[in-house]
Design a protein around this ligand. Structure first.
Ligand code: CAA
Ligand code: FAD
Length: 380
């Protein structure tokens, strides 16, 4: 693995950093307070190529590598983890899935507007009774000849209220268990497709999380992704890459909180000296810096392996498991370093602590990452 970033990588990182500071930072506290989706900012992210970063330019993408994606995600998440999850879902669950597994007609119709940021997408696997246990899909897609009839409920769907296109996973043949599951592209506005109320969340409050309700929705056959029964393998394949996105989001939350804590520790005085001169505070910062560096290495390793076309189920899961733990630990300590000021919104770190928690839950909980990793190492 080459640890040196190319000139292009540094440029992308700087562009994401400038965008985050200039466009995301100014109203991030208000968006968190009022649960406002960063619509104008997401539009600009699309214009900058951040919503289809790794997609081939012939499908409207920016044609960058996964290293660039990690670098940009970290910078965006440092400032606004809600904007970062919109970016992660659109890039690594929606666009990556469509580019890798869809046919040319599907790509021209759906991938082009999604990768260019004209519209955004959502990925709907989880259900009220099927989260970690994702093969237990209750949503059904009955084969009616020229179309499927979709019925059921999806839960916790990121970009649920703002997406134009949704990748929906559903059971077609329960007897075949996960081999009877299919993935479909569903358009917003189709008859029988209803969007539930917005969830009122602990963190990533600027992101838009909804349940989706399907009642006899007619999905044309040409909107199925891949062969009949490919849906579960599709979802797992997509999630392997998605976990790099969420790992990078977690990394960004951690490094954002660390940077604020370091700055504060150098300025705040107690007992006649800057608090960084108290070893208890300095050691917390030393732990944070070490763990963040290790998390960044895991994210870049997984990204590098993805770019080399390797199996990233293990490295993506490791990156997510570790980075999300670092995000949680770092943000808790960042609040501690800020003392009472850390407990109020103005200083940002309390929001980062709330935002960090979700990275241990979505795209596979930490317990599920350990299942993925342990199964992989057991096979060796
Ligand atoms: N990569 C590729 N294929 C995989 C895989 C992986 N990481 N994990 C499982 N599979 C394949 C298996 O090979 C098997 O396929 P075959 O039969 O063709 O060989 C099939 O999937 C079933 O595998 P298992 O028998 O191992 O299935 P299981 O029921 O034991 O569960 C699991 C596997 C790993 C726990 C899986 O259910 C899982 O990942 N659960 C977590 C779900 C999840 O991550 N949801 C995230 C929703 S999206 C989201 O959250 C977005 C957001 O927040 C922003
Ligand atoms: P459960 O699966 O019920 O798990 C409960 C607890 O049991 C967890 O601690 C879990 O780790 C543990 N557990 C379960 N099984 C095992 C086991 N075998 N061994 C050990 N421990 C186990 N989903 C989507 O499809 N698309 C999205 O865009 C999306 N966005 C989300 C956004 C937010 C804000 C949230 C909160 C969730 C989102 N999700 C999304 C859903 C998310 O992926 C699930 O919440 C997650 O996979 C966990 O499922 P669950 O909530 O049903 O918990």
């Amino acid at each position: 693995m080459n640890f040196n970033l190319s000139e292009e990588h540094v440029m992308i990182q700087q562009a994401a950093r400038d965008f985050a500071q200039n466009e995301l930072l100014p109203e991030v506290i208000e968006r968190d307070t009022h649960q406002t989706f960063p619509a104008a900012q997401v539009k600009k992210m699309g214009e900058m190529g951040f919503l289809g970063m790794m997609v081939d330019p012939k499908y409207g993408g920016a044609g960058m590598d996964s290293i660039s994606y990690v670098l940009a995600m970290e910078e965006i998440a440092k400032v606004d983890a809600s904007a970062a999850v919109v970016m992660s879902v659109n890039n690594s669950l929606v666009c990556a899935g469509l580019e890798k597994y869809c046919n040319e007609d599907q790509k021209m119709k759906y991938l082009v507007p999604l990768a260019s940021g004209e519209v955004i997408g959502a990925f709907a696997l989880s259900e009220p009774e099927a989260g970690s246990d994702a093969t237990s899909q209750k949503t059904t897609a009955v084969d009616m000849g020229d179309h499927y009839l979709l019925n059921g409920t999806k839960n916790w769907i990121t970009n649920g209220g703002t997406a134009s296109y949704y990748i929906v996973i559903a059971q077609t043949d329960p007897e075949k268990k996960h081999k009877g599951i299919n993935a479909f592209i569903v358009e917003r506005g189709w008859e029988g497709f209803e969007i539930g109320p917005k969830e009122d969340k602990l963190g990533i409050r600027g992101s838009d999380t909804h349940s989706l309700l399907f009642t006899d929705v007619k999905v044309p056959k040409e909107n199925r992704i891949g062969d009949d029964g490919f849906g579960f393998n599709f979802a797992m394949g997509v999630l392997n890459g998605g976990r790099i996105g969420i790992a990078s989001q977690a990394l960004g939350i951690a490094s954002g909180a660390y940077e604020l804590a370091l700055k504060y520790a150098k300025e705040r005085k107690a007992f006649g000296t800057e608090i960084i001169n108290h070893q208890a505070i300095a050691f917390k910062l030393a732990d944070m810096a070490t763990q963040i560096t290790a998390a960044r290495m895991l994210c870049l390793k997984a990204a590098s392996e993805k770019d080399q076309g390797k199996d990233i189920s293990e490295s993506g899961a490791m990156a997510k498991l570790y980075s999300s733990q670092v995000a949680m630990d770092t943000t808790i300590e960042a609040v501690q370093i800020h003392g009472g000021y850390g407990y109020v919104k103005e200083y940002h770190v309390e929001r980062m602590m709330r935002d960090a928690k979700i990275t241990q839950i979505y795209e596979g909980t930490s317990e599920i990452q350990k299942i993925v990793i342990s199964r992989s190492i057991a096979k060796k």
